[in-house]
Design a binder for this molecule. Structure first.
Ligand SMILES: [Zn+2]
Ligand SMILES: [Zn+2]
Length: 183
């Protein structure tokens, strides 16, 4: 099976989990032992390979792709086999230990579900992103639901737009090419 197929297979599993709801909330995972405790509690065998994926996610300073995890987060932890990383990330999602988000065109990025749910905003120009507590977007969610009947969620796919500095840069560029407006 190719990496792309595995990505798609992982995607199907994740999609069903998402439509079924956010899944059981994970307790705060701050170290390997709290992660392995959750794995045992939810019936997932603790293996050396799984421990390594948890170590990589703990060492990461943001959501990471399966490739980055397999490569050991830039050398911070030992490398893993990519196929087992995909399988273990999926198993972790199934028990609520890990979530993934799509920031831009790249593959899904994985993070430990540490402090409950996070929602994301990302810049389509510079790929910067912000993770925020869902409550911070409730006003937007309520507006969309009232107007369009959709309950928006920004956990799996972020709000995409321009960050403040890119918005300013785009405004500047636009100002330069736009002919002066008559007073
Ligand atoms: Zn996805
Ligand atoms: Zn930007």
């Amino acid at each position: 099976m190719s990496e792309r197929e595995m990505d798609l297979a992982a995607e199907y599993g994740a999609a069903s989990a998402v439509t079924a709801g956010a899944g059981p909330p994970a307790p705060a995972i701050t170290d390997v032992s709290s992660a392995t405790a959750l794995m045992r509690e939810r019936g997932l065998r603790v293996s050396a390979a799984r421990r390594l994926v948890v170590e990589a996610l703990l060492a990461a300073d943001g959501p990471m792709s399966a490739e980055q995890i397999a490569e050991g987060i830039g050398g911070r932890v030992p490398c893993s086999d990519i196929a087992s990383v995909y399988r273990n990330l999926q198993a972790f999602e199934d028990i609520g230990l890990v979530r993934h988000v799509h920031l831009g065109h790249g593959p899904g990025l994985h993070a430990l579900a540490v402090a409950g749910e996070r929602e994301y905003l990302t810049c389509e120009r510079c790929a910067d992103y912000r993770a925020v507590a869902p409550e911070e977007l409730d006003e937007v969610r309520d507006l969309i639901e009232r107007r369009f009947g959709y309950r928006a969620r920004f956990t799996h796919f972020p709000i995409v737009g321009l960050c403040a500095s890119c918005a300013a840069a785009v405004d500047d560029a636009f100002g330069l090419i736009r002919p002066p407006q008559p007073q």
